[in-house]
Design a protein around this ligand. Structure first.
Ligand code: ADP
Length: 503
């Protein structure tokens, strides 16, 4: 071997990372590529044991196996995660063996190859394969879930619609059946709504509408709407507020906040048999911290994170039948995060749960808020409106008329885009258009473009059953000033009209 070392002038030219040690494992020679690769100079490593390269991340058993193999004269092949002089970790593929002279080990030789990049690529490939598999599982779960969740209310609708045909049905039964049909329809709508919301959260496409939101008023409304159900179930129900009326008006997306609290209170109601449910908020520096607590069945400790994932439900006798498909808390968490906060749950199985979430406290100037409200109320109460309702479906048209009834409004009706354009030409008193999109003869986009050519300032609200982002974008491009999805909610429509007429 001395000879070999002496011929290091030759060895230095071998384009590989390798180490030669003596029989007890101390380094005698390292190749120039080793120095380049590890950052250790010749002088720093000669006489040292190669363990200076160890990262401490490989199992002890691996080294035991390595030594056993090479001491028995066999070749060890494997991968090692080592550390450079700088501390940087790297992966190498090593081939290590003993060099013998007349059956006596005189040296050990380790030839290595840096495989950090390959390993990184492999890890990335594995991660993306796992991700794809997870997405696939989620998709299957989603489809399975959709089918099950949609079938149940449809069953109610179809079954009771059939029973309604019975000519001898009593009046009470008729009312009962139509109520069931309506409730099942509402449930279907909720489901479709939830699926749309969760996919827009996951695609990062959720629209946020920050408006002044009166927290105290919101909590009072929620209390009033849930109180009858709580009393029915024999539960104590209370809420607490901690800011004055003026200071409780904050800038946030009130619709989403209301949805978050509604979801949590609904769950508390669902999972509590007896005892109490409390909700409320306190201000904590620049945050508002809300809570919804119950004395219900509680959540096992190992599930308190998982329940926030889409489609996750814990099997329990209380959740069977009318569950919402495990999307409620996923939407709740998504909305809290969109509003700039975080959510957690503290729970004791069998004793109850306390859901706590925060959102930023950004107060609104109370005076400007009051002025704004007074102005909008005045306009809505005093000024008569003439609305052109463009809708080919007579039921939808009737529904819109009923929704807006009593708001000091007169209506003109058009059944397609062409009629709408004509009515606008002949009726300068029209000061708002509610425009359906899909219509025969001329669709809503075309009609809006022509109307805007005549009266660019006339506000047009597109109303469509399609919630796709493109539909909204197309409507805005055609000149619509607002967009509302069917089924139309009265409060949402009035709010939008208020905004457009005030602006
Ligand atoms: P869903 O109620 O539709 O199943 P959610 O996402 O709202 O879906 O809730 C997920 C699961 O978390 C529920 O199925 C239930 O097991 C559990 N959970 C939620 N809220 C509570 C609560 N207040 N008490 C006990 N368990 C709850």
């Amino acid at each position: 071997m001395d000879q070999l070392i002496k011929s290091s002038a030759y060895l230095n030219q071998v384009p590989a990372i390798f180490i030669i040690t003596d029989s007890i494992g101390d380094i005698e020679y390292v190749s120039p590529l080793f120095t380049e690769h590890t950052g250790y100079s010749n002088d720093e490593v000669i006489g040292q044991n190669p363990r200076i390269l160890q990262s401490g991340l490989m199992p002890k058993a691996l080294y035991e196996n390595l030594w056993q193999t090479i001491l028995s004269g066999r070749v060890w092949r494997g991968e090692l995660q080592n550390k450079k002089k700088s501390g940087e970790l790297f992966w190498e593929k090593a081939v290590i063996s003993a060099i013998q002279n007349d059956g006596v080990i005189t040296n050990f030789l380790a030839i290595k190859e840096d495989i950090t990049a390959e390993n990184q690529l492999r890890d990335e490939l594995i991660a993306s394969k796992n991700q794809a598999e997870e997405r696939d599982r989620l998709k299957s779960r989603f489809l399975h879930n959709i089918s099950h969740e949609i079938r149940t209310p449809l069953n109610g609708i179809l079954g009771f619609a059939h029973l309604l045909k019975n000519p001898h049905l009593s009046k009470e039964d008729m009312v009962l059946y139509t109520d069931i049909i309506r409730m099942s329809g509402d449930r279907l709508l909720d489901l479709i709504d939830n699926y749309t919301i969760i996919s827009s959260i996951e695609a990062d496409e959720t629209k946020v509408e920050i408006t002044p939101t009166a927290l105290n008023e919101l909590l009072r409304d929620l209390y009033a709407s849930f109180n009858p159900a709580m009393t029915n179930k024999g539960l104590l129900f209370n809420y607490s507020i901690s800011l004055s009326e003026e200071n409780s008006i904050i800038e946030t997306d009130g619709g989403k906040l209301s949805r978050i609290l509604t979801n949590l209170i609904q769950n508390a109601l669902k999972f509590t048999r007896n005892g109490r449910i409390d909700f409320g908020y306190t201000r904590k520096a620049d945050l508002v911290e809300f809570y919804v607590s119950d004395s219900g069945i509680g959540i096992p400790e190992d599930q308190t994170e998982k329940i926030f994932k889409p489609f996750y439900s814990i099997d329990s006798i209380l959740s069977s039948g009318d569950d919402g498909g495990g999307l409620g808390l996923a939407i709740t968490k998504g909305f809290v995060e969109i509003l700039g906060g975080s959510i957690r749950v503290d729970s004791v199985e069998g004793a109850g749960s306390n859901f706590v979430f925060t959102i930023p406290y950004s107060p609104v100037n109370p005076i400007s808020q009051q002025l704004l409200k007074a102005k909008s109320d005045a306009i809505f109460q005093l000024s008569p409106l003439c609305i052109l309702l463009v809708e080919d479906d007579s039921t939808s048209s009737l529904l819109l008329e009923q929704i807006l009834k009593g708001q000091n409004i007169t209506f003109l009706f058009a059944k397609n885009g062409m009629e709408a354009v004509e009515l606008v030409t002949h009726h300068p008193e029209i000061n708002l258009v509610l425009m359906d999109i899909k219509m025969p003869i001329m669709n809503g986009y075309e009609a809006t473009k022509l109307i805007k050519e005549q009266r660019p300032l006339l506000p047009v609200i597109a109303q469509s059953a399609c919630t796709a982002k493109e539909e909204r974008e197309n409507a805005i491009q055609a000149g619509c000033n607002g967009f509302i999805t069917k089924p139309i909610k009265q409060s949402e429509l009035l709010e939008l009209m208020r905004k457009l007429i005030l602006s």
